[in-house]
Design a protein around this ligand. Structure first.
Ligand code: URA
Length: 230
């Protein structure tokens, strides 16, 4: 198995403590249940006011693969678990097709509160993209998850997660499926967000986009095998 270097862990820890200094709650715990409990009261940005609850990541602490999405959606916000709505169902099926068992991965989001706006008639909650400041405010939780899980393969799902993890200039359309040199994990890669596949204009392009998504996840499965063998 490829290992995180000591320097890399220490650097993450240092950046993480610096980012948290003076902010409450401080996400320095080294256990996921404690972090989840602390994140439940996070008010580092304004999103907690309109969300039902914090949706923290889920999975085993030693998971080889960590998947990072954008933010919880409508259903995730109500039930408190990541990727359980339509995008999550597509993700589960694609992971299974790629030979990855969802229960063996850690799944989280760059932002842990649902950002939404009311539809015209006020009956529906429409997803709104998080601002850079909201992503930044939530970053200590993501870094804490990275510190504790220490994934071998880090996977960004969509542009928000990819830019949060790999920098603002990252382009998913140009760099999807390619290995990214990142201090965050031995292997890092980005692919599209599953909800972009659900938004495809017709059946033919949905089918093609789904095929490419599974293809990217097959690469992730291969990297996980490689990480174990190294
Ligand atoms: N979209 C995301 O990015 N994350 C979720 O948890 C659900 C939908």
């Amino acid at each position: 198995m490829k290992h995180w270097s000591k320097g890399k862990s220490e650097r993450l820890e240092r950046d993480f403590v610096a980012a948290n200094s003076g902010r409450s709650p401080v996400a320095t715990a080294s256990s996921l249940p404690v972090l989840r409990q602390q994140a439940a009261t996070c008010k580092a940005c304004e999103l907690w006011k309109t969300a039902t609850q914090t949706v923290f990541g889920e999975g085993t602490p030693g998971a080889t693969i960590m998947l990072v999405g954008e933010q919880p959606g409508n259903q995730e916000d109500r039930v408190g678990h990541p990727f359980v709505g339509p995008a999550g169902k597509l993700l589960d099926a694609a992971l299974a097709e790629a030979g990855i068992d969802r229960s063996s991965v850690y799944v989280t989001n760059a932002v842990k509160h649902f950002k939404w706006t009311a539809s015209d008639r006020g009956k529906r909650r429409i997803h709104k993209k998080p601002r850079a400041s909201e992503i930044q405010a939530c970053r200590p939780w993501l870094e804490a998850e990275l510190r504790v899980v220490r994934p071998q393969v880090l996977v960004a799902l969509g542009a928000t997660a990819a830019q949060a993890l790999f920098g603002a200039s990252f382009s998913v359309s140009r760099q999807r499926g390619q290995l990214i040199d990142s201090p965050l994990a031995p292997f890092a890669i980005a692919t599209v967000h599953p909800s972009s596949i659900l938004r495809a204009p017709d059946e033919k392009s949905r089918h093609e986009q789904r095929r490419m998504f599974v293809n990217d996840l097959q690469r992730v499965a291969l990297l996980a095998t490689q990480a174990h063998a190294a």
